[in-house]
Write a protein that binds this ligand. Structure first.
Ligand code: UD1
Length: 316
């Protein structure tokens, strides 16, 4: 049994990591500011220690890392448009908090920190799929903050010998992804729209593509990264290695739900990346990672979850 701190553990991806760690018999502590995370995301998991606090405050970071073997640093304000609208708030959550967690974890002699990187760091690369050795080209404050945090992680490994690994996520989706804000991930927004019979909105022409990754796949990648012997100091894409356009995504989701709702098209969002698809060779080599849940199976499970959330809300 090891002890794990999951920062942002009351959020979407963090709660899935916490659940899997508990299932594997580990000790789990969560720290979350509850700005985007929800306390009830952890209700079904027993034995998780919970600290409410803002990691941009150093004492919170110090208290959170004390006695931990591993830190899974997931806490963030995870939205491109939100960072465009409020760059200072997202800088504080995505970067000020990260430097505190890095320093505190290094000083507390944590064995390894795994950081949640983002495919947005690549921006619009001239070629696909995107490989980890391609230069970053951030198109939004969010992408820039994530990239600066990754460079900090690598620097901490080189400079202080503190082991860090960045797992670069590509449009993760699944149950517990909050559809309740215009900044929510597109799959959660499409799912809710289709299930309540409203047309979803597509920003731009819908021909932008994404490597949508079911959350169980990234949980597997992150937990592998804690142990993988050659991963320290590395950035590793964890995704499916495929891509689908938003127009195609909507078709697939309409088919699964049994609807035929057309999209309402609106202006392209500022900071939006055109195409995104991961090269996952490095994850295969360094982590022995391969996606365990297919895109379509993941969509079905996500839609099932949304359906039950809508039914629960209606019965209140
Ligand atoms: C970006 C990152 C991703 C990161 C995430 C955090 C890229 C390629 N990906 O996701 O790694 O984890 O931010 O939030 O930069 N859209 C619609 N209708 C909607 C909502 C969104 O058409 O109702 C469009 C967006 O304009 C975008 C696509 O769907 O083109 C995906 O949007 P979203 O789910 O918000 O994620 P990204 O911004 O791609």
């Amino acid at each position: 049994m090891s002890s794990y701190l999951v920062t942002g553990g009351a959020g979407f991806i963090g709660s899935h990591l916490s659940e899997e760690l508990v299932r594997r018999g580990h000790r789990v502590r969560v720290v979350d500011s509850l700005v985007t995370g929800k306390r009830h995301n952890l209700d079904h998991i027993s034995g998780v220690e919970f600290i409410e606090g803002d990691l941009a405050e150093m004492p919170v970071a110090e208290k959170a890392v004390a006695g931990m073997d591993y830190v899974l640093h997931q806490a963030a304000i995870p939205s491109v448009p939100r960072s465009v609208n409020d760059p200072i708030r997202s800088h504080r959550a995505n970067l000020d908090a990260t430097i505190n967690v890095l320093v505190a974890a290094r000083d507390a002699k944590v064995k390894r920190l795994v950081f949640a990187g983002s495919s947005s760091e690549y921006g619009n690369t001239p070629t696909l799929p995107k490989r980890e050795d391609m230069p970053a080209n951030p198109l939004s404050p969010y992408a820039l903050q994530k990239n600066a945090a990754v460079v900090y992680c690598q620097l901490f490994t080189r400079l202080y010998g503190f082991e860090t690994v960045t797992i670069r996520y590509f449009n993760v989706f699944g149950p517990r992804q909050d559809p309740g804000s215009p900044y929510s991930g597109v799959i959660s927004l499409f799912a809710t729209a289709l299930l309540v019979g409203k047309p979803p909105t597509i920003y731009g022409d819908g021909e932008q593509t994404r490597d949508f990754t079911y959350v169980a796949n990234v949980v597997d990648g992150v937990l592998r990264a804690c142990e993988a012997p050659k991963a320290a100091g590395e950035i590793i894409n964890v995704a499916t290695g495929t891509r689908i356009s938003l127009n195609e995504l909507l078709k697939v989701m309409n088919r699964i739900v049994g609807t035929n709702l057309p999209a309402i098209y609106s202006e392209t969002r500022a900071g939006d990346v055109k195409d995104s698809q991961a090269d996952i060779t490095k994850a295969k080599t360094l982590l022995g990672y391969t996606p365990i849940v297919s895109f379509e199976d993941g969509l079905k499970m996500t839609l099932e979850w949304c359906r039950s959330e809508i039914a629960t809300a209606a019965s209140r």
